[in-house]
Design a protein around this ligand. Structure first.
Ligand code: NAD
Ligand code: UFG
Length: 332
């Protein structure tokens, strides 16, 4: 029996495939390569010494997906495929709804028709909106989306709840990620977006390699310890391991939701200083105006995942910064 990983050549997907293969699971990847490349499959093989199947397929193409299900015995699906740039989603809302929401509906239809009813879905802390407290627990429920991207995640979570309500033989796990950074310790895979990055760590990486001149720190006048925003950064390998634990939970039908974060908040300046310290590099940065839509501070309450999945993040920001640079300096 195989596990289908949609978006498996992407940043989080590729690290998760590595952990699945290390656990001797059979893996089938589908990805349309809109934000990744096929050589990631070889890199996964290089790290693990194991093979996985790859299909260049868009999840919105039901015929192609059916073919994948017909050619493989798919037992469960980890669904990463989607567009994820918050800012871009404001300018391209229709593309985001089409890709993320319609794509997920197509996938669910094909799964249903194939009798495969086990799903792990990549959700995001963004579904909490602005709940008025920095510590996000699952009980807070979903808030108001702050972007079309966030709205797609909220909508998909609702669709999954509706689906389970209609047929409680499904087993669905919705994982709300906080801020994934870092890379595989080998330095072979990591995050290397095309163009100018939106997210903090990919931007820092490109400043460190000299591809970008300086980092703009968006605001130093927030009500936080050093005035810069606070987030819960989680090592991508810890995040990947959370998926392995969530898969084990799929043995029992139900709909589950878990925060995947460390429970610790770190400021932008702390990340910059730690990156400089552990890598012995000077980063050019300036303080710039606040970025629209940023919240001052939020971090996960990860206790539910610890209690129910037996999962907790192990790696700290030193390791995250070291592994990010170890990858980026080779990827340049
Ligand atoms: P990524 O862009 O690196 O990976 C997504 C992969 O999906 C890419 O390889 C892309 O080519 C593929 N893809 C996109 N649309 C597709 C489609 N229609 N059909 C087939 N493949 C398609 O992103 P990531 O950081 O690995 O994120 C994975 C998931 O986790 C996404 O759903 C994202 O929204 C979610 N997430 C990410 C973060 C983050 O900060 N990275 C935070 C919270 C949630
Ligand atoms: N930041 C900078 N300069 C930059 C980029 C980011 O100062 O060039 C700051 C931001 O202002 C923020 C922090 O670094 O304070 C982190 O920003 P990211 O863009 O890396 O991450 P966000 O917290 O804004 O967004 C992340 C994910 C989204 C998700 C959101 C909520 O990228 O997918 O968390 O979970 F929706």
């Amino acid at each position: 029996m195989a596990i289908l990983v949609t978006g498996g050549t992407g940043y989080i997907g590729s690290h998760t495939v590595v952990e699945l293969l290390k656990n001797n699971k059979e893996v089938v990847i589908v990805d349309n390569l809109s934000n990744s490349s096929k050589d990631i499959v070889d890199k996964i093989e290089q790290i693990t010494g194991k093979k996985c199947k790859f299909y260049e397929v868009d999840i919105r193409d039901a015929e192609d997906l059916i073919k994948v299900f017909n050619e493989n015995e798919i037992d469960s699906v980890i669904h990463f495929a989607g567009l994820k740039a918050v800012g871009e989603s404001v300018y391209k809302p229709l593309e985001y709804y089409d890709n993320n929401v319609i794509g997920t509906i197509k996938l669910l239809e094909v799964m249903k028709a194939s009798g495969c009813k086990k799903l792990v879905f990549s959700s995001s802390a963004t579904v909490y909106g602005d709940p008025g407290t920095p510590k996000y627990t699952e009980e807070l429920g979903r808030g108001k989306a702050s972007s079309p991207y966030g709205a797609t995640k909220i909508t998909i979570e609702e669709i999954l709840e509706n689906l389970y309500a209609s047929d409680n033989t499904w087993t669905i796990s919705m994982l709300r990620y906080f801020n994934p950074i870092g890379a595989h310790e080998s330095g072979i895979i990591g995050e290397n977006p095309n163009g100018i990055p939106n997210n903090l760590m990919p931007y820092i990486q490109k400043v460190a390699t000299g591809e970008l001149k300086e980092l703009s720190i968006f605001g130093d006048d927030y009500d936080t310890k050093d005035g810069t925003c606070i987030r819960d950064y989680i090592h991508v390998v810890d995040l990947a391991l959370g998926h392995i634990k969530a898969l084990e939970k799929l043995e029992k039908p139900g709909i589950y939701v878990y925060n995947l974060g460390t429970g610790k908040g770190h400021s932008v300046l702390e990340i910059v200083k730690t990156f400089e310290k552990v890598n012995n590099i000077k980063l050019n940065y300036k303080i710039a105006p606040r970025r629209a839509g940023d919240l001052a501070e939020f971090f996960a309450d990860p206790s539910k995942a610890k209690k129910e999945l037996g999962w907790e993040a192990k790696k700290g920001i030193e390791e995250m910064c070291r592994d990010s640079w170890n990858f980026a300096k080779n990827a340049k």
